[in-house]
Write a protein that binds this ligand. Structure first.
Ligand SMILES: Cc1cc2nc3c(=O)[nH]c(=O)nc-3n(C[C@H](O)[C@H](O)[C@H](O)COP(=O)(O)O)c2cc1C
Length: 164
């Protein structure tokens, strides 16, 4: 089993959850890599960030994102932005031609929780439309991403699937 974690994080919550996940997977001696999506000229103003997410605006990603063809299980993660997920992940997903027979997991971190279910359903829909088999999908409060016990509980079913 080879696992890839592809994520975008602006203020660090999603990244913290990904680091926890990565360490937990590696501690089980499972081959895993993570890749942080970084937009060129990353937008830092809240309202402009909201607008870019809401209107599905394009961003260019720095560095070439990895080819996930050789990975069996791919996990996608992003913060919720304006009731959807961040443009960097959207653009990356658009670059993936096919996920047929790939095991997929996804999670979003959120603040108030507004639009979080809609955002997750949209992300799941994109993965499914590319043929991905979604085995894990969850919304995680950003404020809890520093709580390792909480994360362990939230990711338990994912780790169990990856470990078997
Ligand atoms: C531009 C922007 C838009 C956001 N929109 C939402 C939203 O619609 N719903 C929500 O629950 N949280 C929203 N949040 C809060 C983030 O989803 C939350 O803080 C998340 O954990 C941040 O992840 P990060 O630290 O990995 O960037 C928004 C934050 C930003 C910066």
């Amino acid at each position: 089993m080879r696992v890839a974690i592809i994520s975008y994080s602006f203020s660090g919550n999603t990244k913290r959850a990904c680091l926890f996940l990565m360490k937990t997977i590696k501690d089980k001696n499972i081959d895993a890599m993570s890749f942080d999506l970084k937009p060129e000229n990353e937008e830092k103003a809240f309202l402009k960030q909201c607008k870019s997410a809401f209107y599905r605006q394009r961003v260019n990603i720095q560095k070439t994102a990895p080819d996930i063809g050789s990975y069996d299980f791919i996990i996608f993660a992003s913060p919720v932005w304006a009731f959807t997920f961040a443009p960097a992940l959207r653009v990356y997903l658009e670059s993936i031609k096919d996920l047929t027979d790939k095991k997929c997991g996804c999670f979003l971190t959120y603040g108030s929780g507004l639009g979080k279910n809609k955002a997750l359903t949209e992300l799941e829909g994109i993965l499914k439309a590319k043929g991905g088999r979604i085995l894990f999908s969850k919304n995680i409060p950003g404020a809890k991403t520093g709580d390792k016990e909480y994360l362990a509980e939230q990711f338990k079913s994912l780790i169990d699937i990856i470990g078997t």
